[in-house]
Design a protein around this ligand. Sequence first.
Ligand SMILES: [Zn+2]
Length: 113
Amino acid sequence: MGLINCSKHGDSGFAQRISASICEKIRNDLPVKNGDLKIISIDLYDGDEYLSTNRYLITENEFLDSGLNLCNDVMNEESYDLIKAKLPPMDGVCFNCLEDYKKKHSLDLLFFN
Ligand SMILES: [Zn+2]
């Protein structure tokens, strides 16, 4: 997690892998419903060895457009690039702003950030 200088929170953690359209809503404090959000998991492997899981927060519509599964196994860099190419434009926001937004709109983003 990198750092961001937030106008509200000062130096804060940077929550990444959030679609640009959702970041826009968080920055402008526009409402979003649990049902409009999807978390896509990408499990990275090197051969048989599990490396890590990256999660992406996108909207239901972006999920439907992407044609991706909710969970995706990735065995190499090449197939990761193919998946990333199907994701909507991604962005990031201040971690504390995301936490405030989650509380305010009662979002249940289990396992995200
Ligand atoms: Zn902030």
